[in-house]
Design a protein around this ligand. Structure first.
Ligand SMILES: Cc1ncc(COP(=O)(O)O)c(C=O)c1O
Length: 422
């Protein structure tokens, strides 16, 4: 007789099923079957929803994969486990990469833990650093996944948010009101004593870069209070202006500083999962213990290809050329996006300092605006609320997926603007 009772999921998962990632919800709405059910032609839909890049990976990187899989003995080796923190050679090359591109000094393999992309690493970093009852200070708005990731680490973590988008003026406060933002940070920090302060540079969804002075204040306060400062550098290589000096900060000099890094965006390795954490050696040791349970080891093939590619591409100058050429493309896609918003939509938006996005004011609840816009125009944008309350009346517009087809950017925003002005 088959059993009739259904065993329960964990309480934590049940609770989280009731608060799913808002971005994933929207992306589900844009799935082919839903689009057809709405009476739209999937070929006509233009999506500004995806937080992903669409330029080609370096040809020399692809060649590194070919060299590995083309040699039976080396391919065999790529099926072996590596150390839990990653292969030593790969970690050495990552340290060279950071020194070469950004001038990060005194970084060694002892400061680096390799993992399966920054999502897994961030989750394991939270496990490494945060206890139930601790407070974490995030920006408002910021990357939507942190909240769920913190909930999965412990149900008792408190989140406080530093407002960085002023919805009244649609400006990025750390630039438009640096003193006010610094005051707010100090007030929140002193009141809540966070164990961890975390921001993205550039951030998702704003594509703004926290200025040097605010980063210094955060470093100083966290260091003086035995707290951590973590910077999510998922988009570090995508900058449209000279990066601030903290892009070269090293955990060798600042033991409470942690960098979260990813191959997803710069090398278009989104699904070839590889990322790394830069931190003081005892944080890396803590992460090693966590990764022993979460992943056992990072992907060996990805590490071998990365190490081989970097060893060649740093020496022959092709890495620098690739990053520079890619930046030209994204800067141009950002320019096309802003021009199309200004010409066709006429709404307030931020000018990206890097990354893949801008955020635009739609002047009303974006949770309602987005499905209506999709039905009426076949254009998908992401409602802001999931990134933080300050952006509930705004949407994230991602130009990353259309970096190679800028005419689609213009066409999508033309359609959206025509409907909004109706
Ligand atoms: C700020 C930020 N951090 C991390 C990630 C996830 O990156 P990964 O592919 O390395 O897991 C993203 C992806 O969009 C992101 O925007």
């Amino acid at each position: 007789m088959p059993s009739t009772t259904t065993a329960a999921l964990s309480g934590l998962v049940q609770a989280q099923l009731h608060s799913p990632s808002p971005i994933r919800q929207i992306m589900k709405m844009a799935e082919r079957a839903n689009i057809i059910a709405m009476g739209l032609d999937p070929a006509e839909v233009i999506s500004f929803g995806g937080g992903w890049v669409n330029h080609a990976a370096p040809e020399e990187f692809r060649q590194a994969y070919l060299d590995i899989v083309g040699d039976p003995a080396v391919f065999h080796q790529s099926g072996a486990y590596t150390a839990t923190l990653g292969d030593l050679g790969c970690r050495q090359q990552i340290a060279r990469f950071e020194a070469h591109l950004f001038g990060v000094p005194r970084l060694g393999p002892e400061h680096i833990a390799v993992g399966l992309g920054s999502t897994q690493l961030t989750q394991d970093l939270f496990t490494t650093l945060v206890d139930p009852g601790d407070t974490v200070l995030l920006l408002d708005p910021t990357y939507a996944n942190y909240e769920g990731q913190l909930a999965f680490v412990s149900s008792g973590v408190k989140i406080v948010r530093l407002p960085v988008l002023d919805p009244a003026t649609w400006t990025y406060r750390p630039v438009s009101d640096p003193e006010g933002t610094a005051r707010d940070f100090v007030r929140l920090f002193d009141e809540h004593r966070p164990k961890l302060v975390l921001f993205g540079a550039p951030d998702n969804p704003t594509s703004q870069i926290v200025p040097q002075a605010l980063a210094e204040l955060m470093l100083e306060r966290t260091a003086a209070s035995s707290a951590w400062l973590a910077i999510d550098f998922a988009y570090k290589c995508q900058y449209f202006e000279t990066p601030p000096a903290y892009y070269a900060w090293s955990p060798a000099d600042h033991p409470n500083l942690i960098g979260i890094h990813s191959n997803s965006k710069w090398a278009r390795g989104l699904g070839r999962r590889l990322g790394w954490i830069e931190a003081a050696p005892h944080v890396i040791e803590g992460l090693e213990r966590v990764q022993q349970c979460s992943i056992l080891c990072p992907d060996t093939l990805e590490q071998m290809a990365m190490a081989l590619y970097l060893a060649r591409a740093i020496d022959d100058g092709s890495l620098r050329r690739y990053v520079d050429d890619t930046n030209v493309r994204y800067r141009e896609a950002a320019r096309v996006t802003l021009e199309a918003i200004d010409t066709h939509v006429g709404r307030r938006r931020l000018t990206p300092a890097g990354g893949l996005y801008t955020v635009m004011d739609v002047g009303r609840n974006a949770d309602e605006f987005v499905p209506e816009a999709l039905r009426a125009t076949g254009v998908l944008v992401v409602p802001g609320r999931g990134f933080g309350p300050s952006i509930a009346n705004g949407v994230r517009i991602s130009f990353g997926p259309m970096v190679m087809t800028p005419d689609r950017i213009t066409e999508g925003l033309r359609r959206l603007g025509a409907w909004m002005r109706d």
